[in-house]
Write a protein that binds this ligand. Structure first.
Ligand SMILES: CC(C)(COP(=O)(O)OP(=O)(O)OC[C@H]1O[C@@H](n2cnc3c(N)ncnc32)[C@H](O)[C@@H]1OP(=O)(O)O)[C@@H](O)C(=O)NCCC(=O)NCCS
Length: 172
């Protein structure tokens, strides 16, 4: 299958935090942010795979500082690597107020999406990713180790079969 560049599927989504996105303290509810992260990640995955995709897993998401009603959040999703039928997508969330003040990076997470056939039943093969920049290369190289960690945690492989993780620890 022909490789695709990261830039071909990069996706950006912007939202203003409205009162119905917030908790009783006037801060964005974590679940709403995760929903947007899932959507922007799913769009990037769908564009890379040129297929329907489903979320297979989400790695750790932490919420360090509250996001307030009226703030602007910008979510950026990039494919890091494609495996057989799945892709890893890195989602970053940036926040600032309506005047552009107090800019900060608020969250990041890695999502795994699986591409499905047109009947939305069977996983299908996905195109490889062509990493071009140093950052894309760094993300690409780390992706196979992150995949092994999540497959161990998901009970899909045994720790002793995680060859990239073993290699990393052997070289420390
Ligand atoms: C994701 C799903 C299609 C995988 O189906 P499956 O029968 O396990 O298929 P396979 O064993 O062929 O695995 C398909 C891919 O999913 C990956 N995968 C499955 N579970 C995973 C997990 N927990 N974390 C990361 N990747 C996972 C596999 O590694 C494989 O990737 P690869 O082909 O690139 O190596 C299936 O579990 C599913 O439909 N889940 C529900 C998805 C959904 O509804 N998401 C929305 C949440 S409500």
């Amino acid at each position: 299958m022909k490789g695709k560049k990261v830039s071909e599927s990069q996706t950006i989504m912007t939202e203003m935090i409205m009162p119905n996105d917030a908790n009783p303290m006037g801060n964005l509810m974590g679940g709403n942010l995760m929903r947007w992260m899932d959507i922007v990640g799913g769009i990037a995955a769908g564009k890379h795979c040129e297929a329907h995709v489903v979320t297979a897993s989400v790695d750790n998401v932490s919420f360090k500082k509250p996001i307030h009603v009226g703030d602007i959040v910008t979510l950026e999703a990039s494919v890091t690597r494609a495996f057989n039928t799945s892709v890893e997508i890195f989602v970053e969330v940036f926040v600032h107020d309506i005047k552009g003040q107090n800019p900060r990076k608020s969250n990041t997470a890695y999502f795994t999406f699986v591409a499905l056939d047109d009947k939305k039943k069977k996983p299908i093969k996905v195109s490889p990713v062509i990493p071009l920049t140093d950052e894309e290369q760094r993300q690409y190289e780390g992706a196979s180790r992150r995949r092994e960690v999540r497959l161990i945690l998901g009970g899909r492989i045994r720790p002793e079969d995680a060859k990239d993780l073993k290699e990393l620890f052997a070289n420390i």
